[in-house]
Design a protein. Structure first.
Length: 229
């Protein structure tokens, strides 16, 4: 079955059934992946961590909201440049790993579904980060609506995502288990989808960068990085 375009313009990725594959939703997938996430070879994870650090290096923040903190791969660094960090993830399994690694009193972990109203968004944040999260969200518009409400005046939004060019070739979040390769449900968003969702909620693009494997710009970019404000 070919990918089908939804009414938001993004592409829904359909995975053909396989007798050795368990079909799980995003939360179930990351719960299962949690125990091996930090040790698996993962170029996208590692390149996004590099992108976040080089983008935000040398800056300090009062209160960071980290969406999709996972096992704390970026939280460990973000806690060094903020007075407070609120780290949010959908997966209880990923959060359990993060809590064993990070015990600093100024870091608070919360389990939440960001497609629902942001109760943690009652506060305001001068930095909001998304790391390899939005590929799992079908409609970006409600997410950026919540972002606009939670962002403090003068604050910025960092978004690091698998590049849509990679998604067009069939790349998506995946991991191996004894039962076979598991593919995490995802949606393919065009660059214009991010710009439209941000712009319609009063956010403007400040920076955009593409990251390549081994910095080889003759190949397909692996990562797209946005900064909105």
């Amino acid at each position: 079955m070919p990918p089908l375009r939804n009414h938001h313009g993004s592409l829904r990725v359909y995975i053909l059934s396989n007798s050795n594959r368990i079909h799980m939703n995003v939360q179930q997938s990351y719960n299962l992946w949690a125990s091996q996430y930090d040790t698996n070879k993962n170029k996208t994870r590692d390149l996004e961590a590099y992108a976040l650090r080089t983008t935000l290096e040398g800056r300090s923040f009062q209160h960071i909201l980290e969406i999709g903190c996972g096992t704390g791969k970026n939280t460990e660094w973000l806690q060094t440049c903020a007075e407070r960090v609120t780290a949010v993830d959908l997966s209880e399994g990923m959060l359990a790993v993060a809590r064993t690694k990070i015990t600093a009193p100024h870091v608070e972990f919360q389990q939440a579904d960001i497609t629902q109203e942001w109760h943690f968004g009652a506060q305001q944040f001068d930095l909001i980060t998304f790391s390899l999260v939005l590929e799992h969200i079908e409609d970006l518009e409600p997410i950026f609506k919540e972002v606009a409400k939670a962002l403090a005046p003068g604050g910025i939004v960092y978004v690091g995502e698998l590049h849509p060019f990679k998604q067009y070739t069939g790349t998506q979040a995946r991991f191996d288990t004894p039962e076979g390769r598991q593919l995490v449900p995802c949606f393919s968003h065009h660059i214009s989808d991010f710009l439209r969702a941000a712009g319609s909620n009063g956010l403007s693009l400040q920076q955009f960068e593409e990251y390549f494997d081994e910095d080889d710009r003759n190949g397909i970019p692996r990562l797209a990085r946005f900064v909105f404000g």
